[in-house]
Design a protein around this ligand. Structure first.
Ligand code: SF4
Ligand code: SF4
Ligand SMILES: [Zn+2]
Length: 437
């Protein structure tokens, strides 16, 4: 028995055809996305492990509303007509450049299906320049995520950052597994010197069992060395766990404590509950991780130091895509939650989201190395702030086109332009992709 309370659209996970969907309260009291494909039957995905009052309250501020400045005509029905098209309801803000399909790992879980034997190519510097130009035409400069594959398998990251800086891009986040940061002496300093703002470090826990299941081998030593090397080089780190039920969802408290102990080198933790797209070696469970459950686990595993009530939903994107809270560390080592603001991580105006991300997570230059009293105040405020955030990516079971239309994390693609991350990475049950080649 389901009690439907809202209508939306989704796709069939078998054929990716667009179909009507309902948000409904199930017998378990939780919120489900329920839909039927005329050819492939009925599907039900748990999307909120909480009641309807909590669900509706999560979005009381109302999200979205900042449309892209430049759009392109859709050549197909959403989600096949991205560019961004005129129906999109949020401006892009954080843009991924997939610099390479190569990777020095072959993780059992990888949305980009990178590191396949004998496959893959590097984007040429010319094409990267063309992508930056395209982003400027589409409303940039945006915050850039250098991604892949594994971007550090390329030796020309400094040139790639320089190409962007010449065009006015200022924030460059490196999405990395950390192997090269850990293994190559001086590499973190080189990246810091080249203008990388922050390392978004894949960090699945403090127990090797998580790495064996998610990454195919033991990697804890590598991750610890990567963090140490970044700290020594002054390259800010955000720890990014992919959270999988039964694998590492019991390791959240340890990850958060590890990060807090390494402030300000570690600026925060960004949690990605696992989504079932791309290459995913784990079976889809009936009870997926949802925002309320992750927040309850954070509260439980930190002994109430971080509380579920400290967190709010996204602003620039749909509130149901993300969660975030910021904490201030006092000189005695205790931490307290900062007042919630919509613009944390994501925000009302995407330019604010860009500024927020760059300020909280990025490296900061001090001209001439001199700090005046106000600079010192700002530096100490920043260094004593720790951000905990997360994004629940959508896959073919959970895709809600209302949410997708408010997406502000886009993939840059020379043919299509800007494509929302969850559309770009969408795959059907047999692994066939909507966009990714
Ligand atoms: S996801 Fe956005 S850009 Fe893509 S087709 Fe839908 S409305 Fe257009
Ligand atoms: S990437 Fe996916 S989960 Fe994140 S804002 Fe976009 S649609 Fe939402
Ligand atoms: Zn179907």
């Amino acid at each position: 028995m389901y009690r439907a309370f809202a209508k939306t659209s989704s796709v069939c996970p078998v054929c990716l055809g667009v179909i009507p969907a309902e948000k409904a309260v199930g017998d378990d009291g939780f919120i489900h996305l329920v839909k039927s494909c005329p050819r492939h039957g009925r599907f039900d995905a748990l999307i909120w492990e909480g009641g309807i009052v909590d669900y509706l309250k999560w979005d009381t501020a109302g999200s979205g509303g900042n449309r892209p400045e430049v759009t392109v005509p859709a050549d197909a029905e959403c989600p096949r007509g991205c560019g961004l098209c005129g129906e999109h309801e949020s401006a892009g803000c954080c843009v991924l450049l997939e610099l390479t399909d190569h990777c020095n790992l072959r993780c059992p879980v990888c949305f980009a299906s990178a590191g396949e034997a004998g496959e893959g190519h590097d984007l040429s510097l010319d094409d990267i320049g063309r992508l930056y130009d395209l982003l400027l035409e589409r409303g940039g400069p945006f915050n850039i995520q250098l991604s892949g594959g594994e971007p550090t398998v390329r030796d020309d990251l400094p040139e790639i950052v320089a190409l962007g800086r010449e065009r006015g891009f200022t924030y460059f986040q490196l999405n990395t597994n950390g192997l090269r940061l850990a293994g190559e002496s001086g590499y973190a300093s080189k990246l810091r010197g080249a203008g990388i703002s922050c390392a978004f470090l894949q960090f699945d826990g403090l127990d090797d069992s998580a790495y064996v299941q998610l990454r195919g081998r033991e990697l804890l030593d590598v991750k610890l060395r990567a963090v140490e090397n970044c700290a020594a080089a002054g390259l800010p780190v955000v720890l990014v766990p992919t959270l999988a039920p039964g694998v590492n969802d019991n390791m959240l408290g340890d990850i958060l404590r590890f990060g807090l102990e390494r402030m300000p080198a570690v600026r925060g933790v960004h949690i990605q509950p696992i989504s079932y797209f791309g290459r995913c070696g784990l079976p889809e469970p009936e009870r997926r991780l949802t925002i309320p459950r992750v927040l309850r686990e954070i509260e439980r595993q930190t002994g109430g130091v971080m509380r579920a009530a400290d967190f709010g939903g996204g602003g620039a994107e749909s509130a149901y895509c993300s969660f975030h809270a910021s904490y201030r560390r006092s000189p005695d080592g205790s931490i307290s939650a900062l007042p919630r603001r919509r613009s944390q991580c994501c925000c009302v105006k995407s330019s604010e989201a860009q500024a927020f991300v760059a300020d909280r997570w990025g490296a900061h230059e001090v001209p001439g190395g001199e700090l005046d009293a106000f600079d010192e105040f700002l530096a100490s405020a920043r260094d004593s702030t720790f951000t905990v955030s997360g994004m629940v990516f959508q896959d073919a079971m959970t895709l809600d086109l209302e949410r997708l239309r408010r997406c502000h994390i886009c993939e840059a693609d020379l043919e299509r332009g800007l494509v929302p991350f969850c559309a770009y990475n969408l795959t059907d049950r047999s692994g066939r992709a909507l966009y990714r080649r």
